[in-house]
Design a protein around this ligand. Structure first.
Ligand SMILES: [Zn+2]
Length: 221
């Protein structure tokens, strides 16, 4: 029987079968998924499930999943030259917490091993549920190789250093930091930006697509 990793917050009910990478994203975005960095060799969507959250604590994170799905669908459409709308807005705070949800899910499902103090784990759960702000300079970094990226259908994750986690999704790199560490020093060959304001993609000569990220406190939830 699984246990809800957010049990310390109280009000748990029946355990759900949650994917540590959100199901909507897996099924719509990665129909032919390849996995790296997991403890098993071949993965199906089903094997990415684990009983790690109860229904209450799972459903209250639904806005994170829908914002991440919006963002990744946009990237997919851009990579397929299908996007025609020039300007988009993404709530950076929700996207950032989605990466935290993924990290805590991987941890709860024992897919990654992190030496983390209980107090730090508790703090991250409070941040995940919006009960506590991120520590200064921690959270989501956008990290891109210097050259142009190509979007593929791989998904992977790795631990770069203590408190610094890399997610590779469709050849895009995202780093989540849970302490104030220098991503620039850890990944010198990458261009990195902490809580980037936006991304611009040149879709065609006559169409550039902008994704703006909102980071103000009011845009939480
Ligand atoms: Zn719960």
């Amino acid at each position: 029987m699984g246990k809800c990793y957010a049990a310390a917050l109280g009000n748990c009910n029946g355990i759900s079968r949650e994917h540590y990478y959100s199901e909507a994203i897996l099924s719509q975005f990665f129909p032919q998924l390849q996995i790296e960095g997991f403890t098993f060799n071949s993965a199906s969507h089903k094997s990415l499930c684990s009983k790690i959250l109860c229904q209450t604590h799972n459903s209250s994170l639904a806005p994170l999943d829908s914002e991440a799905l919006h963002f990744f669908s946009l990237l997919r459409n851009i990579s397929l030259n299908k996007e025609i709308i020039a300007s988009h807005q993404i709530n950076g705070k929700l996207l950032e917490r989605w990466f935290l949800k993924t990290l805590l899910g991987l941890l709860a499902a024992k897919q990654i091993k992190i030496d983390m103090e209980l107090s730090c784990h508790k703090k991250l759960i409070n941040i995940l549920y919006g009960n506590q702000p991120w520590d200064e300079s921690t959270g989501l970094h956008f990290v891109f190789p210097e050259n142009r990226f190509e979007i593929d259908t791989t998904l992977g994750n790795s631990i770069i250093a203590k408190n610094c986690y890399l997610f590779r999704i469709c050849n895009l790199h995202f780093v989540l930091t849970t302490e104030n560490v220098s991503v620039k020093d850890l990944l010198p060959n990458y261009k990195s930006g902490y809580r980037s304001k936006g991304l611009t993609f040149q879709q065609r000569t006559d169409l550039s697509i902008e994704i703006d990220f909102q980071w103000n406190e009011n845009s939480t939830n």
